[in-house]
Design a protein around this ligand. Structure first.
Ligand SMILES: *Cc1c(COP(=O)(O)O)cnc(C)c1O
Length: 473
């Protein structure tokens, strides 16, 4: 019986109990909490009711309606079981991709995290004395060793490191910074806003493209607490430019008796030229140039867990440790474990290059990437799909994470040109697949950059693409 009046139609909606009793639901009732199933049925029924009242639901027989509801309940329960945070294959070619979780941990870091996650640890217990210890101690020793700084502290992320440093050293005082360095890093992290939050007053000097040591010199007065250098991270000013180097800033600082801080953003502990990248001062070089405080991220070029690392002169670090804010932005044991293991890799730079995924991906050459891309291409071509074309193309991948924005890493991509759907539709289906695959759209093509695909993901990547393209055929 088909009844097209909304109110009559509403009466055809089955009761929750009736759906619960249907044979199709027995399996999911065994595998899921009863409450979850009941709530899902209620939600589906409620949605149907609203659709009917809004005239959006086409009239159907009572049997058809019930079948539709059951099918929808099965889909929704299944959806509830997919974790919100899940594995993604990064085929964008952007190595430090903030939206995809930035750095992947080395094997040793993973082991360390597993160790503290599954057992108790001496996180804040000194095993020699039996007294309370510091969670920062193992990290501080390594950071001092690797950067040549006097002391170190690690907090939640680099944004909080900057906040803590400014709040401790320059609260209600002035901080001098170049106009060319008032950057927005992403996710609305703006240097001027962070300075405001810390209680420090910002004094801008110079112009967008040129700032000389004399600009800082002239701005110094009795309220000046800090000279700040900020790595411009995600952009470069090219052409007619002049930046004041950390070294020059240190000279001004010495002259005037004012400390110098450098926010490196993506601080590196190795010479990036060893990875075939352009030169950038390392953390050690910045410390050696005389900066009193240096801050950088744990999960950018360093390739470790999310963290904000602060190294520098002991008296300043000690002051920061005593700031109550430090307790609010402290790192957890997983970070301590992963960061310690990551830093240990840096004791031997060749081991760091071999074992830290971020460095390994950055260092990969065309010669490394080509065979993998070619294999994927061949496998895709063997599918003999008439509605899609595959090509191997050389492109460039990016470092990402606001590091070296202009650096181009020659890379190998497999290009997919679908002929029976929009490329954005293909990208969307791949994104929603399992595992999710994220590529890069360029001129009506989908590019899959092999550099950021992990070697053990090659097979999964092929299967995910094959499934979606076959389903679309
Ligand atoms: C990325 C970046 C930050 C923020 O670091 P997070 O670890 O993401 O909090 C701060 N300053 C600079 C210069 C950066 O590049």
């Amino acid at each position: 019986m088909v009844n097209s009046k909304p109110v009559n139609y509403l009466r055809q909606l089955p009761a929750v109990d009736e759906i619960m009793r249907s044979p199709e639901l027995q399996k999911i009732l065994e595998q899921n909490p009863r409450n979850l199933v009941v709530n899902t049925i209620r939600q589906v029924l409620e949605k149907k009711r609203r659709n009917i009242l809004a005239g959006q639901e086409k009239p159907a027989s009572q049997k058809e309606l019930k079948e539709k509801i059951i099918a929808e309940v099965l889909v929704q329960v299944e959806k509830h079981n997919i974790p919100g945070l899940r594995r993604v294959i990064n085929a964008t070619g952007v190595v430090i991709h903030t939206n995809l979780g930035r750095a992947l941990l080395s094997k040793s870091a993973l082991q360390a995290v597993g160790m503290v996650a599954s057992g108790y640890s001496n996180l804040e217990l000194n095993l020699d004395t039996g007294k309370r210890g510091s969670r920062y101690a193992p990290l501080e020793d390594l950071l001092v060793e690797l950067t040549g700084a006097e002391a170190a502290l690690v907090v939640n992320n680099n944004a909080s490191a900057v906040l803590l440093a400014l709040g401790t050293l320059a609260r209600n005082k002035e901080v001098i910074v170049s106009r060319g360095q008032l950057v927005e890093i992403g996710g609305s992290f703006r240097i001027p806003d962070v300075m405001g939050q810390s209680g420090a007053r910002l004094v801008e000097v110079g112009t967008t493209n040129k700032t000389y040591p004399d600009d800082y010199r002239r701005a110094v007065n009795e309220n000046t607490a800090l000279l700040l250098n900020v790595h411009t991270s995600n952009y470069r000013i090219v052409g007619f430019t002049r930046e004041t180097s950390v070294k020059e800033l240190v000279e001004v600082g010495k002259e005037k008796g004012i400390p110098v801080m450098s926010d490196l953003g993506s601080g590196s502990l190795v010479d990036l030229r060893d990875l075939g990248l352009p030169y950038e001062p390392t953390v050690k070089e910045t410390v050696a140039a005389g900066a009193d405080i240096v801050t950088f991220s744990g999960d950018k070029l360093l390739g470790g867990p999310q963290a904000g690392i602060i190294v520098g002169k002991r008296n300043f670090i000690e002051k920061m440790k005593k700031n109550p804010l430090t307790r609010a932005i402290r790192i957890d044991k997983f970070t301590v474990a992963a960061l310690e293991a990551t830093l240990r890799e840096y004791r031997d730079p060749s081991s760091a290059l071999a074992n830290i995924p971020t460095l390994r991906m950055l260092a990969a050459t065309l010669k490394d990437l080509y065979p993998r891309a070619k294999k994927l291409l061949d496998m895709l071509n063997e599918l003999s799909l008439p509605h899609v074309e595959f090509n191997l193309v050389e492109t460039v991948s990016r470092v990402g994470g606001g590091a070296l924005p202009t650096a181009e890493l020659p890379s190998c991509t497999v290009e997919i040109i679908p002929k029976n759907m929009e490329v954005s539709e293909l990208a969307s289906r791949l994104r929603k697949g399992n595992p999710a695959v994220i590529g890069r759209i360029q001129d009506d093509r989908l590019l899959l950059d092999i550099r950021t695909v992990q070697e053990n993901e090659d097979e999964q990547l092929f299967k995910a693409i094959a499934k979606i393209l076959r389903d679309a055929g």
